[in-house]
Write a protein that binds this ligand. Structure first.
Ligand SMILES: [Zn+2]
Length: 630
């Protein structure tokens, strides 16, 4: 994701400015804001990793190389990547924050690709966010006034005290036409800015008036905590508007992406590896206060693909750790429909999706009021896998007391089981389904197989290399491969063409092969300028997860040489590497020659023998080169 984001955004902030931000940023200072760092010797620092639970520090920072890496969980990168991971910011947001910290003014390039996406210009976004911040202050103050009594009562009736209202920044839009508009105009916001922000709108007579009137308000924040819009609840019977009114689509408010509460929940979502999706502002508040700290809500729209992409930034950073998405529904038909639709949507997502249906058709806010905090936590704890929920829902539509009903229920539910991405789980579901239907396993299994045989089974990522066994990680060959890769990552200018000349085929350990291939994919060592950018490029080019982790590790692991490496050290290391590889091939070849009958297979025998002689010659040369410096 980092790579595509860099590519997408590279046209926005000028490259020189990004480089300048990296240069002027003290990685140790940035990380010290959240992690206590101690000296680890050799100028390096270490601390407890913020990305996984640990008791002894394996989180390393190398200020000299401007990189960090965790030996425990494999996370690593530069200062920008740290903010992206720790604060769940986008690449651009991280660069902007570091620039502000370093007192640098960023310059943006107008890029054709970004134009049709109507991305707000940097200055505009800042102004719209500032206008919202001012509006929130105004509305908060109004919540204490006499006219706001119905708003305070609304909150109190739902179990929210003053502290809760303050924590969520609740406010009140007074019974006035243009109080906010006038105040913000006085603070220097222009007519256009207020209209664009969605805070004001032109009246029929052409004067500018407030968008929200006589309503209880919730500020809606993005991942970074900036207020980008408002949600407004109707309070008065003579208000003929809809129950909820939200900010319209603006350059900074896109309802398909907005998740209310994400700013407060993001840390817990990342930590717990799960997110609870509820339906309204009060449900988010009720969940958080009840101890379900991972709750968020969509604002005026159904949960969709864009919301998943926002959550991925927080939840699915690594595919290794599958995050859970838990939808709560109050048990009505709409909720069931939504759940079944989610099943149709994204197969990758299905295995991680759970449904929590509240008893007595209560939403979390009502549940907390009626039965207390524990009941809300219990609702989430009693979640059910989406697959189970969907199966039950389909089966319930048929009369299982009749043969026709059972067969039809089987026909309808078999495709759902066939869709389960995790194939290991299918037999288990076949058994369960057969039990639920009151049928034998065999016909159910046949139905599932028939349903599954439609689309081709995805044989996705085959291992990069099969056949020969990988050498042990601490074998001499592995150590020398590591050393070569460290030189490429840490000393690209020095290793340069010498490294590139030794192909991936010379590496024997599969993860090393993956990293070597990524280095080629990133353009090769000779073209690299080094530093954190180079390491990120290699990491991004690597599609093997273990390889990605290894890149971060090798970027900070000290070289096995006292003092500075020189060209001779590179040459010796690469010769040792190839020598190991060549002797391996010689061994294979000799064993093959032994198995050939030189009489009946004369041609092949001599061909292989010739190959062996030239390999042995090559090995001798490499051995001399490898010994040369030692
Ligand atoms: Zn870690």
């Amino acid at each position: 994701m980092y790579a595509e984001e860099v590519a997408e955004m590279a046209g926005r902030i000028r490259d020189e400015d990004i480089a300048l931000v990296r240069e002027r940023t003290s990685i140790a200072e940035v990380i010290s804001d959240t992690v206590t760092l101690k000296s680890a010797g050799g100028g390096n620092l270490k601390g407890l990793c913020p990305f996984h639970d640990e008791k002894s520090p394996s989180f390393n920072v190398s200020p000299a190389r401007n990189v960090w890496y965790c030996f425990g969980c494999g996370a690593g990168g530069d200062a920008i990547k740290f903010l992206m991971d720790a604060e769940h910011l986008s690449f651009v947001e991280s660069v902007e924050r570091l620039a502000a910290r370093a007192g640098l003014q960023l310059r943006y390039v107008e890029d054709d690709r970004s134009a049709p996406r109507s991305r707000p210009q940097q200055g505009q976004r800042q102004r719209l966010v500032a206008a919202h911040a001012a509006a929130v202050e105004f509305y908060r103050a109004q919540l204490g006034t006499a006219g706001a009594r119905p708003a305070r009562e609304f909150l109190a009736q739902r179990g929210f005290d003053r502290a809760a209202a303050e924590r969520y920044g609740c406010g009140f839009a007074p019974d006035a036409w243009d109080l906010l508009t006038k105040q913000l105009r006085q603070q220097g916001f222009t007519h256009d800015e207020l209209v664009t922000a969605g805070l004001s709108r032109p009246s029929r007579s052409g004067t500018l008036i407030d968008r929200f009137r006589r309503r209880l308000l919730w500020p809606i924040r993005d991942l970074t905590g900036d207020v980008i819009g408002l949600g407004a609840r109707k309070l008065f019977d003579d208000d003929d508007g809809p129950k909820y009114l939200n900010t319209p689509e603006t350059p900074i408010y896109k309802k398909s992406h907005v998740l209310y509460g994400i700013d407060q929940a993001k840390r817990e979502i990342a930590k717990q590896g799960k997110v609870v999706v509820v339906e309204g502002y009060t449900d988010v508040m009720a969940c958080h206060l009840a101890g379900v700290t991972t709750a968020v809500a969509t604002c005026g729209t159904a949960f969709g693909a864009d919301h998943i992409s926002v959550l991925r930034r927080v939840l699915f950073d690594s595919d290794e750790r599958a995050g859970e998405i838990i939808f709560t529904f109050d048990g009505d038909a709409a909720g069931q429909k939504a759940a079944l639709r989610a099943f149709e949507d994204d197969q990758r997502f299905v295995g991680r999706t759970f449904i929590a249906v509240s008893p007595d058709s209560m939403d979390p806010c009502e549940l907390r009021l009626a039965k207390g905090d524990l009941a809300v936590r219990d609702l989430v704890a009693r979640r059910e896998p989406l697959v189970d929920f969907a199966l039950r829902h389909v089966i319930n539509r048929y009369d299982l007391d009749t043969v026709d009903g059972r067969v039809e229920a089987m026909r309808r539910s078999a495709p759902l089981v066939a869709k389960i991405k995790d194939r290991e789980k299918r037999p288990e579901y076949v058994r369960k389904l057969a039990g639920d239907l009151g049928m034998e396993i065999e016909p159910v299994q046949r139905a599932v197989l028939a349903a599954a045989s439609g689309p081709p089974a995805g044989g996705a990522n085959a291992p990069a290399r099969s056949g020969t066994a990988a050498p042990a990680a601490d074998s001499p060959q592995s150590l020398v491969e590591r050393e070569a890769l460290k030189l490429a990552l840490q000393e690209p200018v020095l290793a340069g063409p010498m490294f590139d000349a030794v192909e991936a085929g010379e590496y024997r350990h599969p993860v090393h092969v993956a990293v070597r291939a990524a280095i080629a994919e990133a353009g090769g060592v000779a073209a690299a300028t080094g530093g954190a950018v180079w390491i990120e490029q290699v990491r991004d080019a690597c599609d093997d997860l273990a390889g990605q982790a290894l890149v971060g590790e090798l970027a900070v692991e000290p070289l096995r040489i006292d003092g500075e490496p020189d060209p001779r050290y590179v040459s010796v290391t690469l010769a040792q590497l190839q020598w190991g590889s060549v002797t391996g091939r010689i061994r294979d070849l000799k064993s093959k020659i032994q198995r050939i009958n030189p009489v009946s297979n004369k041609d092949e025998y001599f061909a292989l023998f010739g190959e062996l002689l030239s390999l042995e010659q090559h090995a001798r040369a490499l051995r001399e080169q490898a010994a040369g410096g030692l």
